[in-house]
Ligand binder design. Structure first.
Ligand SMILES: [Zn+2]
Length: 340
């Protein structure tokens, strides 16, 4: 019952990765273009390949998919097909985290890369009704050279769909403050700051993300639960957390779902949004994450609609677009509750 409500609910997603969104269907299309790839073509074998086993296996799958994105046409296909999977889930708006550095380093020219994602974005909006915006993120493990390059692509080249600047990859051994100059450069041209922080390290990383990188939202922010002063700060300054429950279990950032700090965030008045991170690779999708959150927070339909409204409010849409999407959510809830 709640599942069918969620399935039809208009939603926005704020924390979801580009390559990490390649579903088995999309991977099959990509590997058909590159028959030398080790990724199995047979649908059953592909499904098995995609079944999440552990974090090391997730990295294997992720890298295999990275290897399938070799030219601008792969980028365009991947991006458009992600939007198709989103449309099926009634996702109306998504801020997709894209890592241009990985593709450019692999030989796709920066201009062709940007053209490919923009072409997919415009087509997806027109043909599928899914509005996409980009967050270009620094792959932290690739160091300052990747930060320099990501800032150059974001700021010196840029593109119409780009709204924010991020930082992903491992947190341990990758202190946030070293990326300050690149975030400064991005923020100076109006890009919003949305680094990952506090997923696998403690609350200090989240403080660093706020104070050094000017974070307006926090990717994950899981360890905020260990610092009451930080929770208070996030609530007072209305800094939303991009919570991805299943991902946190898969990566072992959280041991068991029942221990997920989502309930503590809500109790502390911190704005939360629900997201899927790398959905097919963690065996999930946004609808499943909403169902998980509803269970953790003990929500009914109205409560779940509230989560959808939170995501719109925390998005970088303009006020008019926010109002329209919020009205669509409210209308859907009203039509659901007035059913005979
Ligand atoms: Zn992420």
């Amino acid at each position: 019952m709640l599942e069918s409500f969620i399935a039809g609910l208009p939603k926005a997603e704020l924390h979801v990765h580009h390559v990490g969104s390649a579903s088995p269907r999309i991977v099959a299309e990509l590997s058909a273009r590159h028959p030398d790839s080790p990724v199995p073509l047979d649908p059953d074998k592909l499904k098995e390949f995609f079944t999440f086993r552990d974090f090391a296996h997730f990295i294997d799958v992720y890298l295999a998919v990275v290897d399938l994105v070799r030219d601008a046409e792969d980028v365009r296909l991947l991006t458009y097909e992600i939007a198709r999977d989103m449309a099926r889930q009634q996702i109306r708006y998504a801020e997709l985290t894209v890592t241009p550095y990985s593709s450019v380093r692999r030989g796709i020219p920066d201009g062709a890369f940007l053209e490919a994602i923009e072409d997919a974005r415009v087509s997806a909006e027109k043909e599928l009704g899914v509005v996409l915006r980009w967050c270009f993120d620094i792959p932290g493990e690739a160091g300052l050279e990747s930060a320099e390059e990501t800032a150059r692509i974001a700021v010196d080249l840029g593109c119409d769909g780009l709204v924010s600047f991020g930082l992903g990859g491992p947190e341990i051994g990758v202190p946030r403050p070293q990326f300050k100059p690149y975030f400064d450069k991005a923020r100076a041209v109006g890009l919003h700051s949305v680094p990952h922080a506090g997923e696998t390290t403690g609350p200090q990383t989240i403080w660093d993300a706020i104070r050094e990188l000017g974070a307006e939202r926090i990717g994950h922010g899981t360890s905020a639960a260990r610092d009451p002063r930080l929770l208070e700060y996030l609530a007072e300054h209305r800094i939303p957390l991009e919570v991805c429950p299943t991902s946190n279990i898969a990566t072992r950032a959280v041991e068991r779902l029942e221990e997920h700090p989502l309930t503590e965030f809500v109790a502390a008045g911190v704005p939360v949004t629900i997201n899927s991170d790398d959905p097919p690779m963690f065996g999930t999708d946004l609808n499943t994450e909403y169902a998980v959150a509803a269970r953790l927070l003990d929500l009914d339909e109205a409560g779940v609609a509230g989560l959808a409204r939170n995501a719109v409010a925390a998005s970088f849409l303009d006020q008019t677009a926010k109002r329209l999407l919020t009205t669509e959510i409210d209308d859907y809830l009203a039509s659901w509750t007035s059913r005979p």
